[in-house]
Design a protein around this ligand. Structure first.
Ligand code: PBG
Length: 330
């Protein structure tokens, strides 16, 4: 009876035990990085543009990070909401040693010494213009100055290192910033501080809800002269080679889901660990469809993250980190 089929792939799917044995990709709590929004106010506030996310006070942040860490999540990344009054065209608040991020780093490291604290290095939360770099305006529009920006990024990274950051993550896409930051850290005896470079960060519409969370959208122009064109993949390898040469410890692809081919390409091209950022728009697509009853949130979240790992990512920044850690803990 039946066909003569010596190869029957379904045999390897016949029950949960066999499926576990042949499973090629596993998502671990240790792969996850939880992004946190933080503000200087006195109450934790829901982020309207990102249901389920919170702008934490320092106390709220320390408490929440402790819970996430206790679930096994090794690292968090901080994004500050800076009051409009502190935003200037030189973004000087970004290297204020008494600023929100240095205070948050110190509070987190004091309470949870083994938690890896990652900080975002870019000017947009501090810049009156909302751009990641220093802006020069003219009749022709806005120009984002590269080398002037890199000088400020070095001061920002040093400020974070002095406060105790374990990893600094330049997300600005200026040329040469990884090497300049590495030099600045090393000269100040912070050679132990790692650099997670946003290596292939695309000029993506998927960042919209995040900019709402921090009120950090550019006031004029867009980010296309520094963030990458979504149409390009070879250029991601070019950025990778530069970051490797300049001393990056971890390279990142962002967004994650729509750029799985880029993750796979970089996986082939480097021995460095690869991070992928499941960004705010990816989060919201799953959240909103689930809220409408159209998707099974828990299942889709797991599938989206396994897909990102299967493509070649070693670690994932995701707003779902806490939920997933809880699920993996059983
Ligand atoms: C800013 C920064 C952005 C994100 C992380 N760091 C936004 C941007 O580049 O405009 C986006 C994260 C997300 O959408 O979840 N340097």
């Amino acid at each position: 009876m039946g066909y003569d089929l010596p190869s029957r792939p379904r045999r390897n799917r016949k029950n949960a035990g066999v499926r576990a044995l042949v499973r090629e990709t596993a998502l671990h709590t240790g792969d996850l990085i939880q992004p946190f929004f933080v503000h200087g106010g006195t109450a934790d506030e829901p982020v309207e543009s990102m249901p389920g996310c919170v702008r934490w006070t320092l106390d709220g942040l320390v408490q929440e990070a402790g819970e996430v860490h206790a679930l096994g999540v090794p690292a968090v990344v901080l994004f500050p909401a800076i009051p409009e009054a502190l935003k200037t065209s030189d973004a000087a608040e970004c290297f204020n040693p008494d600023g929100l991020v240095p205070r948050a780093i110190k509070a987190l490291k004091a309470a949870h010494p083994t938690l890896q604290v990652i900080t975002d290095v870019a000017l947009d939360p501090y810049n009156a213009d909302g751009h990641d770099g220093i802006v020069r305006k003219s009749d022709a529009g806005v120009e984002i100055l590269n080398d002037e920006t890199v000088d400020v990024l070095c001061r920002q990274a040093l400020c974070h290192a002095r406060a105790g950051a374990d990893i600094v993550a330049p997300s600005d896409m200026m040329d040469g910033r990884v090497g300049a930051i590495r030099d600045a850290l090393d000269e100040a005896a912070h050679e132990g501080v790692s650099i997670m470079s946003y290596t292939a960060k695309y000029a993506s519409a998927y960042y919209g809800p995040f900019r709402g969370a921090l009120e950090s959208a550019p006031k004029e122009g867009d980010k296309k002269t520094y963030q990458m064109d979504p149409a390009n993949k070879r250029e991601a390898v070019r950025e990778l080679l530069a970051d490797e040469e300049e001393g990056a410890d971890i390279v990142m692809v962002k967004p994650a889901g729509p750029y799985l081919d880029v993750i796979a390409e970089l996986r082939e091209a480097t021995t460095l660990p690869i991070a992928a950022y499941q960004v705010s728009g990816e989060y919201l697509m799953i959240k909103s469809a689930s809220a409408a009853g159209w998707l099974d949130e828990a299942a889709v979240v797991m599938e989206s993250l396994v897909g990102i790992k299967r493509a070649g990512a070693d670690m994932i920044l995701t707003y779902f980190a806490r939920d997933v850690a809880r699920r993996l803990a059983g």
